[in-house]
Design a binder for this molecule. Structure first.
Ligand SMILES: [Mg+2]
Length: 122
């Protein structure tokens, strides 16, 4: 059975690009446009890994991480957060809030593949 990756990004274009890459890596892909939608998908479909945007309306990446951390269920997804801000403090904050890895946008297939390997999703 293929693993499921939830792509969380307010940009439809980025979701589409990520979906395409992930499907070539044989993931089944779910999408959410903000952290709040993403929590609903996590509670229902239990993705293996979440590709998480940082800046989003309604609920951003940091609030999503905190809410996911507070949810009580086993086998939580691995989280790779995506950022355009190359800031050490920013990255540390995300890791402290529960992210497993981070990736700089825009990312290509090879970079995403290696990050997914690092978190054990591939
Ligand atoms: Mg965004």
């Amino acid at each position: 059975m293929s693993k499921t990756c939830l792509v969380v990004d307010d940009s439809k274009v980025i979701r589409k690009v990520a979906r395409h890459i992930l499907e070539t890596l044989e993931f089944s892909v779910e999408e959410a446009a903000d952290g709040s939608e993403a929590l609903e998908v996590c509670a229902g479909k239990r993705p293996d890994v979440v590709l998480l945007d940082w800046n989003m309306p309604v609920m951003g990446g940091m609030d999503f991480l905190r809410a996911l951390g507070a949810m009580a269920y086993p086998d939580k997804p691995k989280v790779v957060f995506c950022t355009t801000e190359n800031s050490g403090a920013h990255i540390r904050a995300a890791i402290e809030a529960g992210a497993d890895e981070y990736i700089m946008k825009p990312f290509d297939r090879d970079t995403l593949e290696s990050k997914l390997q690092i978190v054990g999703a591939l």
